[in-house]
Design a protein around this ligand. Sequence first.
Ligand SMILES: NC(=O)c1ccc[n+]([C@@H]2O[C@H](COP(=O)([O-])OP(=O)(O)OC[C@H]3O[C@@H](n4cnc5c(N)ncnc54)[C@H](OP(=O)(O)O)[C@@H]3O)[C@@H](O)[C@H]2O)c1
Length: 256
Amino acid sequence: MFSKDLFKGKIVLVTGGGSGIGFAIAKQMLQCGAIVWIASRKEERISAATSQLSTFGEVYGTTVDIRDRDAIEVLLEKIKDKCGRLDILINNSGGQFPSAAEDISPNGWNAVINNNLNGTWNMCQMVFKSFFEAQKQGVIVNIIVNIYRGVPGMAHTAAARGGIETMSKTLAIEWCNRGVRVNCVAPGIIQSSGLENYPPELLHGISDKIPMKRLGTVDEIAWPTLFLASPMAAYVTGDTLYVDGGQRLWGDIWEI
Ligand SMILES: NC(=O)c1ccc[n+]([C@@H]2O[C@H](COP(=O)([O-])OP(=O)(O)OC[C@H]3O[C@@H](n4cnc5c(N)ncnc54)[C@H](OP(=O)(O)O)[C@@H]3O)[C@@H](O)[C@H]2O)c1
């Protein structure tokens, strides 16, 4: 889709790059000339993905838990030692589970907020301080969720992703004269590994309820992510690009 030199020589970190949407973003970045780091918790997942992705270019895989600031420090040091800089951060790691609001336990609530909101915050702040501030340059794209009309059936992730969106707008302004852009991509329902965590009955017939009558693909999330990370979006910051086949505007996805 894009020129093979679009990200030539750029150093890119994709959290959750070992699976699904993150893997597609990492692959497309490599195909556009970037040097890519992927990182998540599971060693086997990261090493398998790194070996698959290595056919497309220069890729490094390492474990990290985005909730753990010490572990993030180690990851960023590795990137600094090997590459000397980091140009683009794609915060894609995250997850949630469906539940009626009244049934979410305090532990379940805290787990989703801690992983999605606090984890993304940790990455944004630590990458800024370790790289972007001194470089006077950097790009962040945060992969969130379609939160346009709330997220009925997942109040925890609605709160977490809404928090990421307003945090991103805030960082976009605080850092816009420091050479840093911050934007979000809000996927609708995407045919990706993340869907395996949902009961099949919840997904049955769901395509019919999306205005475009189909689920999105992982590449259809990766393309707009690359656009926002690229110089083509040089004047775009603090924005959210919805990639959802019209789902935010029309139709009820779940039975409430
Ligand atoms: N698929 C959809 O329909 C959809 C829709 C809207 C938004 N999204 C969001 O898009 C992102 C990617 O989704 P996907 O469908 O590709 O699902 P996925 O394959 O489950 O991707 C989630 C990734 O996040 C990593 N991760 C989770 N917690 C982490 C942590 N604490 N530290 C580091 N890495 C962590 C996981 O790897 P490890 O297990 O190895 O840590 C995994 O690679 C997620 O944030 C998801 O919520 C997906």
